[in-house]
Design a binder for this molecule. Structure first.
Ligand SMILES: *[C@@H]1O[C@H](CO)[C@@H](O)[C@H](O)[C@H]1NC(C)=O
Ligand SMILES: *[C@@H]1O[C@H](CO)[C@@H](O)[C@H](O)[C@H]1NC(C)=O
Ligand SMILES: *[C@@H]1O[C@H](CO)[C@@H](O)[C@H](O)[C@H]1NC(C)=O
Ligand SMILES: *[C@@H]1O[C@H](CO)[C@@H](O)[C@H](O)[C@H]1NC(C)=O
Ligand SMILES: *[C@@H]1O[C@H](CO)[C@@H](O)[C@H](O)[C@H]1NC(C)=O
Ligand SMILES: *[C@@H]1O[C@H](CO)[C@@H](O)[C@H](O)[C@H]1NC(C)=O
Ligand SMILES: *[C@@H]1O[C@H](CO)[C@@H](O)[C@H](O)[C@H]1NC(C)=O
Ligand SMILES: *[C@@H]1O[C@H](CO)[C@@H](O)[C@H](O)[C@H]1NC(C)=O
Length: 421
C-alpha cells in the first residue's frame, strides 16, 4: 500500500513539474555599484522609455562634478544585474542575455561588430551555423543617444531546453556610444508584448507558444537580491512554482498590452498617499524603482534626500517602507531595498521620470515573486517564502522554505490518499 502511494505520489510530482521549464538567472560577477553608474542607469531608463532629456534633472542640478556624465550615462552596468544563458544556431553558440520584460526584441552582437562593447562580449557568427537563414532586414534599437543597429537573421534558439525553431533576432553590427560596455550580458531577450517589438519581429515567448513548447502562456521570475551564490534567481516558463512563494498570487489586469502595464490601487510612503489608481509597469530590465516626476518630488521631500539624490548613510535605518497596494494587497519595499549603498555613500534606488506610469524594476521585483500571464493578460505578485518587508535569504528563511515545501508535500499526500479512497 505504502509503495503504491509513493509511486502515485512520484507520478503526481512528475506531472506537476513537467510543464515548468526552469532557467537559472545569474548575477553579474564583480558587480560594483557607484553613484555614477546609478546616475548612468537613470539616464538609460529614461532613454529606454523615450523620456526626452537623457540627463536627470537631479543630475543637472547636482552639486557634484557632472563632467563625466555624458560619457558615463550610457555605461549601464548597474542596470542589468541579472542574466541567463541561451544558445543560438547549430552547433550552438552561447550567450548571456538579459531577460527583459520592458522590451520585446531578441538581439546579440554580430561577429561583424567592431564596437568596444561587442569586443568584450560573445558575438554570433552566422557562417558557423548550419540552420541560420539570412534576411535583408535591418534593425535599430535606440536607447537615447546610444543603442544598437544591425540586421535580422533567423535561427534556432535554445533557452534551457526550450528549442525554438525559426526565431528572428537582431545581430548588432554597431553598438553606439558604449551603451553595453561592461554589462554582464551580451544581448537582450525581450519579454514584453509583441506590439512593442521593433520591426514586428515575433518575440521568442510567442514562438514558444506557437510551437507548442510550453503548455501555459505564463512565465514567472524570482530575482534574489541577496545571497552568496552567483545564481540570482530563476525564470520559469509555463507557470510559477508555488513552493517558491507564500500564500497565493495577487493579480492585476494588464491595462495596456505593450509593456506589462497595470494599475496599482495606491502607493503610500510614511502615511502620505503618493497616488491612487497609479499606472505601473513591471520591468526586469531595470534595477531602479521609477516614479512619475511630480510623485518623485514628493518622495524626495518625505525622505529628506539631498539635491543630488544622495542620502546620509547614517540616517537610513529609520526611513519608511513604500507600501504599494496591488489587487487589494499591500506590497512593501523597505529601505534596505530602495537605498543603495555605494563606494562613496548612499544613494536612492528610486528615480523620477516624465512618464505616466511607475516602473517597478528590481528594487520592487527583487522583493517578490512575479508572474506574467499572457493568456489571461494579468500580472501576479506574491511574497517570496519567508520574506515580507524584508530582504535577505538567510538561514531562517531557508528553514521556512523547507517547512513550506514539506507542507506542500504533505498536501499532495493527502490528495493522493483522497484519490485512492
Ligand atoms: C534646478 O533647481 C532650481 C532651483 O531649485 C529649479 O528652479 C530648477 O527647475 C531646477 N532645474 C531642473 C532642471 O530641475
Ligand atoms: C570635473 O572632473 C573633470 C574630470 O574628471 C575635471 O577635469 C574637472 O576639472 C572637474 N571640474 C570641477 C569643477 O571640479
Ligand atoms: C553619442 O554621444 C554623443 C555625446 O553624448 C552624441 O553627440 C552623439 O550624437 C551620440 N551618438 C549617437 C549616434 O547617438
Ligand atoms: C538545449 O539546451 C539544453 C541545456 O540547456 C541541452 O540539454 C539540450 O541538449 C539542448 N537541445 C538542443 C536541441 O540543442
Ligand atoms: C521553420 O521554417 C522552415 C522553413 O520555412 C519550415 O519548413 C519549418 O516547418 C519551420 N518550423 C517551425 C517549427 O515552424
Ligand atoms: C533623517 O531621516 C528622517 C526621516 O526620513 C528625515 O525626516 C530627517 O530629515 C533626516 N535627517 C537628516 C539629518 O538627514
Ligand atoms: C505582508 O504583511 C503585511 C502585514 O502583515 C500584510 O498586510 C501584507 O498584505 C503582506 N503582503 C503580502 C504580499 O503578503
Ligand atoms: C543578506 O541580508 C542580510 C540581512 O537581511 C545581511 O545580513 C547579509 O549580509 C546579506 N548578505 C549578502 C551576501 O548581501
Amino acid at each position: 500500500m505504502l509503495k503504491l502511494m509513493l509511486l502515485l505520489y512520484a507520478l503526481v510530482l512528475a506531472q506537476a513539474g513537467a510543464h515548468l521549464h526552469r532557467v537559472p538567472i545569474y548575477r553579474q560577477k564583480n558587480f560594483v555599484k557607484t553613484q555614477d553608474n546609478i546616475r548612468a542607469e537613470v539616464a538609460f531608463v529614461r532613454a529606454k522609455y523615450g523620456a526626452v532629456s537623457a540627463i536627470s534633472t537631479a543630475a543637472a542640478n547636482s552639486t557634484t562634478n557632472t563632467t563625466n556624465l555624458p560619457k558615463e550615462q550610457l555605461v549601464n552596468d548597474v542596470n542589468m544585474e541579472y542574466y541567463g544563458i541561451i544558445t543560438i544556431g547549430t552547433p550552438p553558440q552561447t550567450f548571456n542575455v538579459l531577460f527583459d520584460t520592458g522590451s520585446s526584441n531578441l538581439w546579440v552582437p554580430s561577429i561583424q561588430c567592431a564596437s568596444p562593447s561587442c569586443q568584450d562580449h560573445m558575438s554570433f557568427n552566422p557562417t558557423l551555423s548550419t540552420t541560420y537563414r539570412y534576411t535583408n532586414e535591418m534593425i535599430t534599437l535606440e536607447y537615447g543617444s546610444g543603442g544598437m543597429s544591425g540586421f535580422l537573421g533567423i535561427d534556432v534558439i535554445n533557452v534551457s531546453g526550450l528549442v525554438v525553431a525559426n526565431q528572428t533576432f537582431g545581430l548588432a553590427t554597431t553598438e553606439l556610444n558604449n551603451t553595453f560596455v561592461r554589462d554582464g550580458f551580451d544581448g537582450i531577450l525581450g519579454m514584453g508584448y509583441a506590439s512593442l517589438a521593433v520591426d514586428n519581429v515575433v518575440p521568442p515567448f510567442y514562438n514558444m507558444l506557437a510551437q507548442g513548447l510550453i503548455a501555459n502562456p505564463v512565465f514567472s521570475f524570482y530575482l534574489a537580491r541577496n545571497g552568496t551564490s552567483q545564481q540570482g534567481g530563476e525564470l520559469i516558463f509555463g507557470g510559477s512554482d508555488p513552493s517558491l512563494y507564500k500564500g497565493s498570487m495577487t493579480y492585476a489586469d494588464i491595462t495596456q498590452q505593450n509593456y506589462w502595464q497595470f494599475n496599482m490601487d495606491s502607493a503610500t510612503l510614511n502615511g502620505q498617499v503618493l497616488c491612487t489608481n497609479c499606472a505601473a509597469i513591471a520591468d526586469t530590465g531595470t534595477s531602479l524603482l521609477v516614479a512619475p516626476t511630480d510623485i518623485y518630488n514628493k518622495i524626495k521631500v518625505v525622505l529628506g534626500v539631498n539635491t543630488d539624490d544622495t542620502i546620509d548613510c547614517s540616517n537610513t535605518s529609520n526611513m519608511p517602507t513604500f507600501l504599494f497596494t496591488i489587487g487589494g494587497k499591500v506590497f512593501g519595499v523597505p529601505n534596505s531595498a530602495y537605498i543603495i549603498s555605494t563606494d562613496t555613500g548612499c544613494i536612492l534606488g528610486v528615480s523620477g521620470m516624465e512618464s505616466q506610469f511607475w516602473i517597478l524594476g528590481d528594487v520592487f521585483l527583487g522583493q517578490y515573486y512575479s508572474e506574467f500571464d499572457l493568456g489571461k493578460n494579468r500580472i501576479g505578485f506574491a511574497s517570496v517564502s519567508g520574506m515580507n518587508y524584508t530582504t535577505g535569504g538567510g538561514a531562517s528563511n531557508r528553514k521556512q522554505l523547507r517547512l513550506l515545501e514539506f507542507a506542500a508535500l504533505l498536501a499532495v499526500f493527502w490528495k493522493v490518499l483522497d484519490y485512492i479512497n
